[in-house]
Every structure is written in structure tokens, then in C-alpha cells.
Design a protein around this ligand. Structure first.
Ligand code: SPD
Length: 369
């Protein structure tokens, strides 16, 4: 069984440099200072048993490929911090060809999808991510027709794209079929996106898919990936962005998940620099808040190729006028035109730290240094 509770406490003891005997009664044991809630000498109930769950609380963790004890609160993407969610019940845990897939029912955020120990979505706050990553680009161009989603196997982004009745074809390239199957089973409100007849599903590697895509084929490409550790590593590198730019029509748009401004300014700076070299239209950074993501926010890199200029800050295709958006069975929960405009307002520290954002936002065109 995964998540041996005693081993987990052992790990905490080692971290504190104190080793207490298992024969000492519970009430006399020293609780490791790093995690008061890790009182895990009582075994976890089977329904809550997983290596990321300590005393009924899930925390994002750093996995150890060599099998040594896992170090809690030290994920390489966000060292020194972790967000915890109280687990009601683990519903699914399986290793796919690419990653570990975990679903649990949480106390406060509904069902949660976790890949390789990292929260991908919760039922409560997924709207803040899926609605923004889909409508920020699609509302910025008129009559989008061909759209590609990279990743997004849970279907939530598809659900949002489907609100745009101008769209004729939605290709999705997801590497891990298990994510799709799990979403269909546990997250029907997201997986409903796969039921749209315009959706063409491609299971496979996005790089390979883009290599074979017709030049200038897409009006918009949305990259809904996991963090760039593991299978998504290549999705923040220059060759990937070059392939995206090639697959977009002139004046086509990319919206790419771009991490947290509180945690990843170097990564953001690198991604923006690559995109400035690659996308000859405009390059912007926008963000939204998602309480269950590390630091509670996540950003998007939004770019356009050379061609008809795209004014991301003043969308030409406002959602309130998008045909089909009100017909959808599910009302928008987060996105509206005010949220669209607000997403491009950047805090002073970010403009200072990421030099390429210093004079942003601009109305149309490049992000100037
Ligand atoms: N740090 C987590 C980033 C996850 C981004 N992808 C989420 C997938 C939701 N469709």
C-alpha cells in the first residue's frame, strides 16, 4: 500500500534531526516542528492512504525517483512551501505511462485532480483557469474557426471553446489517455467538452503533432499543460514555440499557461524572451487567481503572429456578444470583459523583475523593453 504513515512520520523526524521511539506513547512523542499536522503514527484510513496524504491532508510534494523518503513541502517548482487540502476520500490512484494520476474528494474544493503530486484542478476553482485560458485568446480575434488545444485532457478548456459558435474545428492533442478517461469518470462537468462534435481528439506527443500540422492552419492555439517538469518540459522551449508560430495563421493567437509571478519570474522572463523572438505580432502576460495553485495565481503568455494586429487589451469579440456563450448549459462563473481587461494589469514588482514587461501593458503590438 502506498503512503505508509509511519514512514512519512519517519521522514519528518529525519528532517528535524530527532528520532523518537515508536514505543513512546503518542501523547509523549515530540511532534516534528516542520509539520504539526503530521501526527501520522496512527495509520491512515485506507480511503485516505496515499504518499501525498498525511493525517488526512494532501500536500504537493517532491517525488524521489530513488525511493528515499519523500521530502514534504519541497517541490522544486515552489521550494519551501506547500498548499494542503483536507482529504475526504481517495477516489482513484493509478500510474499511467507518463505520470501518477490521483483523484480525491476534498473537504473544501470538491473533487481534485492531481498529476505527479501536483494539483491540476479542483471542481470549485477550475473555472478561474479554464475560462480565462480559453476566452482571453478567443475573444481577442474575430470569428475564430480552427482551434488547437495542447494538453487539456480533462476537457475543461474544450468546454469553454465550445461556447464560441464561430469555431468549426477543435483539435486536441493530449499525451495521456488516462487523464481523459479519469476526467470522463470523475469530472463530467469538464469532460463534457469532449462531447462537442467539433472536437477531434489526438492522443500523442504535441511536438510530433505540431511538426505534422499544416502551416497557418489555426486561428488560435491554447497550451493547457502541466508544469514544466516531467512530460511537459519541452513545452517551454524555443523549438516548441517555433512550431506553434508556424501552425498559426498570420494574426493568429497563442495562449500558453505561464506559471506564477510570485514564484517563477525567471521562467516567465525566459518564456517571454523566446516568444518575443518567435511571435512578430504582440506578446503579453496576463494572470488569474486560482486558490489551489501554488501561490494562488497563475499566468498566461498571450502572443500573436505577424499579420492583422491583435488588440488583446480591447477584445474585438467580447464574450457578451459571442453567439453561443449564453446558450451553453453552464453559465460563465469567472470570465467577463472586466476580468479580461484586469488580467493584463501587472504589479509593479513584476514589471521591475521581468524587464521585458516594464512598459507593458501596451494597447497593441510588442511588449517593449
Ligand atoms: N501548477 C499547476 C498548473 C496546472 C496547469 N494545467 C491545469 C490543467 C487544467 N485543465
Amino acid at each position: 500500500m502506498e503512503g505508509d504513515a509511519g514512514r512519512d512520520l519517519g521522514c519528518q523526524k529525519i528532517m528535524d534531526g530527532k528520532v523518537t521511539s515508536d514505543k513512546i506513547p503518542m501523547e509523549k512523542k515530540v511532534i516534528p516542528s516542520c509539520c504539526i499536522k503530521a501526527m501520522a503514527s496512527a495509520p491512515e484510513l485506507d480511503a485516505k492512504c496515499h504518499s501525498t496524504v498525511v493525517s488526512g491532508w494532501f500536500s504537493e510534494f517532491r517525488s524521489s525517483p530513488d525511493g528515499t523518503p519523500r521530502t514534504y513541502y519541497n517541490n522544486p517548482m515552489w521550494p519551501g512551501e506547500a498548499h494542503s487540502l483536507q482529504v475526504e476520500k481517495i477516489l482513484y490512484k493509478e500510474q499511467s505511462e507518463y505520470q501518477e494520476v490521483l483523484v480525491f474528494e476534498s473537504f473544501a474544493y470538491g473533487k481534485v485532480l492531481v498529476l505527479d503530486g501536483i494539483v491540476q484542478l479542483t471542481e470549485k476553482d477550475e473555472c478561474a483557469y479554464q475560462e480565462m485560458i480559453a476566452h482571453l485568446p478567443l475573444c481577442s480575434i474575430s470569428s475564430p474557426k480552427n482551434v488547437l488545444v495542447v494538453g487539456g485532457g480533462d476537457g475543461g478548456v474544450l468546454r469553454e471553446i465550445a461556447r464560441h459558435s464561430s469555431v468549426e474545428c477543435i483539435d486536441i492533442c493530449e499525451i495521456d489517455k488516462m487523464v481523459i478517461d479519469v476526467s470522463k469518470k470523475f469530472f463530467p462537468d469538464l469532460a463534457v467538452g469532449f462531447e462537442d462534435p467539433r472536437v477531434q481528439l489526438h492522443i500523442g506527443d504535441a511536438i510530433e503533432f505540431l511538426r505534422n500540422a499544416k502551416e497557418g492552419m489555426y486561428d488560435a492555439i491554447i497550451v493547457d499543460s502541466s508544469d514544466p517538469v516531467g512530460p511537459a518540459q519541452e513545452l517551454v522551449e524555443k523549438p516548441f514555440f517555433e512550431m506553434i508560430a508556424r501552425a498559426l495563421r498570420p494574426g493568429g493567437v497563442l495562449c500558453n499557461m505561464a506559471e506564477s509571478m510570485w514564484l517563477h519570474t525567471h521562467l516567465i522572463e525566459d518564456m517571454i524572451s523566446i516568444c518575443r523572438q518567435t511571435f512578430k505580432g504582440s506578446v503579453h502576460y496576463a494572470w488569474t487567481n486560482v486558490p489551489t495553485y501554488p501561490s494562488g495565481v497563475i499566468g498566461f503568455l498571450i502572443c500573436s503572429t505577424a499579420g492583422p494586429p491583435v488588440d488583446f487589451l480591447n477584445p474585438i469579440n467580447p464574450i457578451e456578444k459571442v453567439e453561443g456563450s449564453r446558450k451553453s448549459s453552464r453559465e460563465l462563473r469567472f470570465y467577463n470583459s472586466e476580468m479580461h481587461a484586469a488580467a493584463f494589469a501587472l504589479p509593479s514588482f513584476l514589471k521591475r523583475e521581468v524587464s521585458v514587461l516594464r512598459d507593458s501593458p501596451t494597447s497593441v503590438g510588442r511588449v517593449y523593453v
